[in-house]
Design a protein around this ligand. Structure first.
Ligand SMILES: [Zn+2]
Length: 224
């Protein structure tokens, strides 16, 4: 039976630390199989580091700037997801950058259940990690000493996140027998931003609605 699925994102509260020169990349990710120009292939190796405990006490779902594919949740979400037996997730605790101590009552949803087939791409804009073909764009990026002008380039493709009146489309059958929460094994974003979106089943959405939790933005996936 096919159910509805949703791409989940959150509001952004603060920046991953250390934020100078994107220092969080080396602290948080293993880049041994990644392209450091487009950031495709980064794998999380350590906890995200926050500057301070996020305010927004009324938001049960939170995120960080620059990181568009990680979701952090409050204690109540962890408790209920565990009670309900939601599958496809584990929880870990982000830390305060200065002290290295876990942030009480805040958890990262660790989603390692991957969906690597079934994405329809006809409605998506894509970009390839390569030297910019547009000369004025190349000059602009070069003047800004951007890696996007210098490379090295890996030639891999990412899709731009769908904008208004557009959405992620998946083959419904690809989601048969999947966990309640799944990560798409496709990269979305632009330039040096590479994200693999998290999607949730209707069962999870119904829990979010029932509990009146705030801070989760859900965009319905079109199933084909
Ligand atoms: Zn690349």
């Amino acid at each position: 039976m096919t159910t509805n699925w949703y791409h989940i994102t959150t509001g952004q509260f603060g920046y991953p630390q250390p934020e100078n020169d994107f220092g969080y990349i080396n602290k948080t990710y293993d880049s041994s199989n990644a392209c450091l120009t487009c950031n495709i292939g980064l794998r999380q190796k350590d906890e995200f580091r926050f500057r301070s405990e996020p305010k927004a006490q009324h938001s049960q779902f939170l995120g960080l700037n620059w990181v568009f594919d990680q979701v952090f949740v409050r204690q109540s979400v962890k408790d209920v997801f565990e009670q309900e037996g939601i599958t496809g997730i584990e929880f870990s605790q982000p830390v305060i950058n200065k002290t290295g101590l876990p942030i009480g009552g805040l958890y990262q949803l660790r989603v390692d259940s991957l969906l690597s087939n079934g994405l329809l791409t006809d409605n998506l804009k894509s970009e390839v990690c390569e030297r910019p073909k547009d000369k004025s764009m190349f000059k602009f990026l070069q003047a800004n000493k951007s890696k996007l002008a210098e490379g090295p380039f890996c030639g891999q493709t990412k899709f731009n996140f769908p904008q208004v009146d557009n959405c992620i489309k998946l083959k419904g059958e690809a989601l048969d027998n999947k966990t309640d929460i799944v990560r798409l094994d496709y990269y979305f974003g632009s330039g040096g931003s590479a994200n693999r979106p998290i999607i949730i089943s209707d069962r999870v959405k119904q829990i979010i609605d029932r509990e009146k939790w705030r801070g989760a933005f859900l965009q319905q996936i079109e199933l084909v």
